[in-house]
Design a protein around this ligand. Sequence first.
Ligand code: PMT
Length: 407
Amino acid sequence: MSLQGKKIIVGISGGIAAYKTLSLIRLLISNGAQVKVICTQNALQFVTVLTIESLSQNNVYYDTFGSRQMATEHVSHADWGDLFIVAPATANIIGKMAHGIADDALSTTLLTFRKHILIAPAMNVNMFENPVLQDNLQLLIKRGTVVLDPEYGFLACGTCGKGRMPEPETLLEAVRNALAGGDTAVMSQTNGILRGKKILVTAGATVENIDPVRYISNHSSGQMGVAIADKFAASGADVTLLLGKAQYKPQNSSVRVVETPTAELMHNAATKEWERTDVAVLAAAVADYRPAEIAASKIKKSGQTLTLQLEKTPDILAALGKSKHKGQTLIGFALETDNEVANAKKKLSEKNADVIVLNSLRDEGAGFNVQTNKVSFITSNSIEALPLKSKNEIANDIVRLVAERVK
Ligand code: PMT
């Protein structure tokens, strides 16, 4: 959904995650939205007025009595906006929102605002788990505020736990969903449900060398698989990502990344990890063939044609399927250009997978190097065709699918 013409109020309260909100503002603007920012005084310890005003192309409102012309700026801001997102939302602003305290520009405008309100709590894990904070969140949820659950990962205080503000792209998605009247609680549904589960994800393209200069590869950017790794990590799972050549890196610092540039290296790492893995999701585009020999020096240009002898690479999905034991879930992808469902079903049974995520290059906006994808979940007795969605949303759908199966 385009944000063209949408008016978004971004509230920033005083937490270290405020630096990420700067990227959110930039994303909102580049997606066509108009943005006004309201800060607490404490937020300005972390980000500056100048930076916010440059990015938002609007004045920042942080001093209730600062404007001589308009003493009712909180009312005019509230009337202006279509949606209000507070990111990061500290325990303090959450407490004020829950109990109707209006003692600064942000809390006063929030109390005046009558449309969609989204908040992204971000704080230390003990603070987040404190019953006072949780009660306040429940009060807000009951009144219609959308609470975007924080993610698991390393926190600024040096501990690891639930409390990280979601990445700006995820917040952008939540804004889009809220404005489209969609699934705004998407993160609340997945966060935490896979805590402690061991998840193996593959992503990106493998690279098979021909000589020291050239290689065989494909167009995979790694975005799909990296999004899956990030969403599983946000659910509290223990994620290992085997990453080939990719333009993307996980945002969640708790994802353990193992660089596996070739099919052989990815296969070796995957089979080693598999024994201690609960769920594997293989989204990498792995070369099926590689040069039988890698030339030691650059192959010189000579005749009109050049024949390369290729040999099969190890099939990772088949190898994991073969040694799969009870309790493990194996999810493969299938990238097809024709006879899509039949080919995907063949992969499902031949490789002993539990689910195949089918995407077709015949669908516009699907496959390689696009932000979106259109997939179907294929199991032995069902086909669930999903509409075109962002890769982040599909990653969330895969987490939900796994959570259902694990339950
Ligand atoms: O990275 P992006 O730009 O975001 O693009 C995403 C994607 C298009 C790469 C992704 O959505 C996708 O479809 N990944 C699988 C691509 C692929 O190689 O499909 P396949 O039908 O050839 O392979 C079927 C399955 O077997 C896949 O799970 C693949 O990881 C696996 N495989 C393939 C070959 C091999 N030697 N070993 C394998 O395990």
